[in-house]
Design a protein around this ligand. Structure first.
Ligand code: SAM
Length: 228
């Protein structure tokens, strides 16, 4: 498997960046609220695809709400944690070891909601094209896509990393301590890329803080709600 699978598996074995939290991600909950309130769309009895599902905090929660959830994850370690947590919660999720930058074994227009919670930032540009094609292919006509992606704009830490530790591709840097390459997006870049495939309903920037090697870093994210 390509696309930094080994890096992520090492990270889950000895976490420096991921938190291992079991509660659903706060931004995911906000997205569900948006669907219910603004779109009159209830996320129950739906088919959901969680890309880079990690240890299953979102997938297990959504399965518990009564949805059919498929989780694709590149790290074997994360996936086995996700499965044991699902078992403990008494929920069933279709967890698959796989690469979100390769074709998905999912039928055309069969998914109601696709989630990419800070996962596709790890893809290279070739993988990103496949990911975009595949999400557009598997999503139903009236489906929704939530992306939480790393934002470049106005973040000094990102600027420093792009300069001091650039990756091989455009707007990528390498976090040397863990060997992870991440792609960041300017607003313009994000809109240009996603609007080729999807209609962007809402695009918002959000700041969070993360601890890494005992230091606190400011991380900025794009929160994008999209349809076809
Ligand atoms: C920052 S974590 C977020 C995990 C999860 N979405 C969450 O919100 O808790 C990024 C996840 O994407 C996974 N990932 C990265 N690249 C991937 C790829 N090419 N295919 C599948 N999963 C990938 C990583 O292993 C990791 O679990």
């Amino acid at each position: 498997m390509a696309h930094q699978g080994n890096v992520w598996d090492r990270e889950y074995k000895n976490p420096k960046l991921v938190t291992g939290k079991e509660d659903p991600q706060a931004d995911t909950l906000r997205f569900l609220k948006f669907l219910k309130k603004e779109q009159k769309f209830r996320v129950e009895d739906k088919v959901i695809l969680d890309l880079g599902c990690g240890t299953g905090r979102n997938a297990n929660y959504l399965a518990d709400l009564g949805n059919k959830v498929i989780g694709i994850e590149i790290s074997r370690t994360a996936l086995s944690l996700a499965k044991s947590r699902a078992l403990a919660m008494g929920v069933s999720v279709d967890y698959r070891l796989g690469d979100i930058g390769e074709k998905y074994e999912i039928e055309d227009q069969s998914v109601d909601v696709v989630l990419d919670i800070t996962s596709s930032n790890s893809l290279n540009e070739k993988g990103r094209v496949i990911y975009l094609d595949e999400v557009a292919r598997v999503m139903k006509k009236d489906g929704y896509f939530f992306v939480r992606a790393l934002c470049k704009d106005g973040n000094q830490n990102v600027k420093n990393l792009l300069k001091a530790s650039p990756g091989r591709e455009y707007d990528t840097y390498i976090i040397k301590e863990i060997g992870l390459t991440e792609r960041v997006f300017s607003r313009e870049d994000f809109i240009k890329m996603y609007s080729k495939y999807f209609k962007i309903l809402s695009l918002e920037k959000k700041t969070s803080y993360t601890t890494f090697n005992d230091r606190i870093y400011k991380r900025d994210y794009w929160l994008a709600y999209m349809t076809k």
